[in-house]
Write a protein that binds this ligand. Sequence first.
Ligand code: PLP
Length: 273
Amino acid sequence: MNVILTIAGSDPSGGAGIQADIKTITSIGGYAAAVITTITCQNSLGVSLVSPLEPALVQQQIISVLEDNDVSHIKIGMTGSSGIVRAIGECLEHFSGEIIVDPVLKSSSGASLLGGTPSDLAPLLQKATVLTPNSHELAILSGLDCSSEKKGVVAGKRLMHEFPNLHALCLKGGHLHESSAKIHDTLLVKRNGDIMEKSICHVRHQTRNSHGTGCTFASAFTAFHALHHDYAKAFTEAVQYVDDLLKWGKQDQLGAGTGPLVHYRQNRQGREV
Ligand code: PLP
């Protein structure tokens, strides 16, 4: 069995971060190993503390996993400091599998989760095979206006030219036109020297329970890709996975604020149980 390694921050309330990653990967049928970069204190009401671990400790965790496991995919979320980014980059120098980077800059409640400047992420972007930004993250990483789907696609293509290892980019549309009833998610994939585009348009669910959606999408994409090694299929399935959880979780009452997704309602085939 292949191992998926997630490298991310801890959310003790279980909605986002490494806890969301482990639940997502497990519910899709993967085996999740997990390296923590940062301890956060947070719940559905917001983030009250962010404490990055020593880079050497993050590095030692990664080495422990990689030296003893056949890891096919590494998913990277919240890094927490530029020292941690560098430490991760060094560990991945000889890793030849898929590296899916979710460029987490801040929480939806506004707390900074990067612990440095966006340019600090460059060593990870150089190694990444897949990037899963929302439109804000893409605008910051590319330095381009991403205020429409079209502009986002231009910026995504630019970033893919800039970083030759990037084979695919999933542009999550949920943060764009937040009053719109529809969401457009777009996949860009390099194929024969060109970049192909695939968009999925789906209904925006009216729910307060959306905490951890970004982490869940990136982990779902990773886990589905580990199953069948197809970017387009993994994208479609990950969009559907998150969409189902948002739909099914509308009535949940976990926490007083932005509640979490509840991942275990899906069985291994991705159907409601
Ligand atoms: N906390 C951690 C540890 C995260 O990794 C993330 C996002 O990746 C968040 C919080 C943000 O989650 P949300 O924006 O859904 O609140």
